[in-house]
Design a protein around this ligand. Sequence first.
Ligand SMILES: C[S@@+](CC[C@H](N)C(=O)[O-])C[C@H]1O[C@@H](n2cnc3c(N)ncnc32)[C@H](O)[C@@H]1O
Length: 296
Amino acid sequence: MHTPVLINEVISLLSPRPGAVYIDGTLGAGGHSRAILEASAPDGIVLGFDWDDRAVDVAAEKLAPFGERVRLIRRSYAEMDSVVDEMGFSGGVDGILLDLGLSSMQLSDPGRGFSFKTGGLLDMRMSRSLSVSAAELVNRLPEKELADLIYRFGDERRSRAIARAIVNARARGPVETAEKLADIVLRSGRRRGRWQIHPATRTFQALRIAVNDELSNLEKGLAAGRSLLAPGGVLAVISFHSLEDRIVKRAFREWSAGDGDFVRLVKKPITPSDDEVFRNPRARSARLRAVKRMEE
Ligand SMILES: C[S@@+](CC[C@H](N)C(=O)[O-])C[C@H]1O[C@@H](n2cnc3c(N)ncnc32)[C@H](O)[C@@H]1O
């Protein structure tokens, strides 16, 4: 199961109240949604989005006790503005949470190929609506495009050597599993000193970001969230790597600059305590930022 990250901090920023409407753009296992529903009892509403059907099924079970107070939507949070419009919530919403990246359920599912630790086919699609898998990128992209992708989305200095090794390997047969890709990346360089992280970590991150178009979804999600927030409403985002955090930081800075109609609730990102990281290592790289639309 997935343990929600920075849960007390998120609740304190959103300060959910009865009668208000919240969007959880990334339901996952529903941990944050549950806390929002509890804090906004007896009649606060959560519109929960996840584009992974399996996540929605898990969240549906967990949130069933809240009945009509929860609406589950199997779509990308990037589309939340049009979905919320279609649902008839015309007065805007009072709070929005985006808890980016993968859930522990996705990471540990060997069928999905997100991790070289669990193996499995190199799929990495979070949603069935996505058409291109990681295996297709790895086996089809020209060497230069593959190197650029690994450099840009993985911040990987060895991107060219890794792309070359992949192209050499796939000439002998398709690279179809997470284990095989991890092995190719591992063998593409000489080991120098102790590893801080597994040599394939950045390559896997890059492929995942590309397959799920994560950065442009985040840009669209932020814009959609901005248009939906009612006066006094809060948008909180938890990111897990610097590419995401940079996008959030820039957007919030721009919205709150000059006569902007937002204020930043945190100037420096909130990070988890040592105790939280000890209990939940996945929280390690989490950074929470939030803005509030000014009251009229
Ligand atoms: C870190 S988990 C969220 C965990 C959740 N906050 C909890 O407490 O259980 C991220 C979730 O966001 C979903 N997700 C990622 N990108 C998405 C997108 N563009 N639209 C909808 N859901 C997305 C993933 O499928 C995953 O289930």
